[in-house]
Design a protein around this ligand. Structure first.
Ligand code: UFG
Length: 359
């Protein structure tokens, strides 16, 4: 690791000793990966990123350096191509892999299922092949609450039945979980931690890194941020006739920095355990669309024009986590609240109105 000697936003925590070997963040230049890189470095781990920048910007490495002072070793490669990944494993001693490498737009997955199945599964296959070849026995997988499908009541626990997914994106998460479960059964030296994210939101408090949707945002918080900045005219709220207190959909929004910290805990857990373990990563509290809109307006002193439209197909009324297991086993719980998410999302948006494109 190189350090340019400047002052940075954090002091490395030397109490946590970096394991022998770095943590590979496959698809690590994106929204969640970049925040995870910061928290891993802060906790004393070394980090390597492999990303083809399909849905991220190479500007991220400079931003990460501004935050951490570290020139992160990175590879502009396609994680699904074994020959390219082989170089990464050959040139670095790795202790664990975090697998963020996947397409994530729900609607696009319905229109282009083959691309989604091919990409989201082949990245897993090539990572697992390389882990086998280079004897790297630990993997953390970016899963999603989407694996709970339509049939479970919130707060949802990890041990309820999964499946009944409603789009190809969701099925790829479900299938990857199953692949990792089967592998840990067959190979007793392997450790896999499946993190089921709820609704990530917010940004690093510096405003240097944040969510940068490629096209018009599908998700609520980036959409609201772009309405606040004037880039989009008006928010459409997808239905106010759900069986919820104000009729709008309820979700478990989790600050991306809290989510990143959950990955640090998961890495620590994987290094010390074998087998497979699944954790919900949410706050355990649900907020409605209108509550989020009003919190954003209140915290940031802006107005969010909105109109109520019809329901979006495939949306649930309510989805929030029972996150007791992560608390008890990983010692992780969310520390930031909805106001923090709104403030940090807006700070990022104001400083980067066109995302990373202006930099
Ligand atoms: N919503 C609007 N207007 C918008 C966007 C969203 O009203 O412009 C509403 C939705 O109807 C929903 C809530 O805001 O009630 C949250 O919607 P998001 O699209 O932000 O998030 P989802 O809960 O639909 O999806 C998220 C992740 C998916 C994941 C899913 C299930 O984005 O990757 O949770 O875990 F699959």
């Amino acid at each position: 690791m190189k350090n340019n000697g400047k002052e940075h936003m954090f002091e490395k925590n030397d109490e946590i000793k970096s394991p022998k070997g770095s943590i590979l963040l496959a698809g690590g230049a994106g929204y969640i990966g970049s925040h995870t890189a910061v928290e891993l470095l802060k906790s004393g781990y070394n980090v390597v990123i492999a990303d083809c920048h399909y849905n991220s910007s190479p500007v991220i490495y400079d931003r990460l350096k501004q935050i951490t002072g570290v020139d992160i070793v990175h590879y502009n490669i396609d994680v699904s191509v074994e020959e390219q990944l082989d170089r990464v494993f050959g040139e670095n001693e790795l202790a664990a892999v975090i697998h963020f490498a996947g397409h994530k737009a729900v609607g696009e997955s319905v229109r282009e299922p083959l691309n989604y199945y091919q990409n989201n599964l082949s990245t897993t296959f090539s990572l697992l092949r390389m882990m086998e070849r280079y004897q790297v026995p630990n993997i953390i997988f970016s899963s999603s609450a989407t694996v709970y499908g339509m049939e479970n009541r919130s707060p949802v626990r990890e041990d309820v039945k999964t499946g009944s997914c409603i789009n190809p994106y969701g099925w790829t998460k479900y299938m990857n979980e199953q692949i990792l479960r089967d592998l840990t059964r067959a190979n007793r030296r392997l450790s896999a931690v499946l993190l089921r994210y709820f609704n990530p939101a917010g940004a690093h408090e510096s405003g240097l890194i944040g969510e940068d949707p490629k096209d018009t945002p599908n998700n609520l918080m980036p959409y609201i941020s772009q309405v606040a900045s004037g880039r989009l005219k008006m928010l459409s709220i997808y239905g106010d006739d759900y069986d919820t207190p104000d009729g709008t959909g309820v979700r478990d929004y989790i600050h991306v920095v809290d989510l990143a910290k959950a990955h640090v805990k998961a890495v620590g857990y994987a290094l010390e355990h074998k087998g497979v373990e699944t954790f919900n990563i949410g706050t355990g509290t649900g907020y409605s669309v209108l509550e989020l809109v009003h919190a954003f307006e209140r915290v940031n002193h802006v107005r969010i024009p909105y109109r109520i439209t019809g329901r979006r197909s495939g949306d649930l009324a309510v989805c929030y986590a029972d996150s007791t297991k992560a608390q008890e086993i990983l010692g992780w719980r969310a520390q930031k609240n909805l106001e923090d998410m709104c403030r940090d999302a807006w700070n990022w948006q104001k400083k980067n109105p066109q995302g990373y494109r202006e930099a």
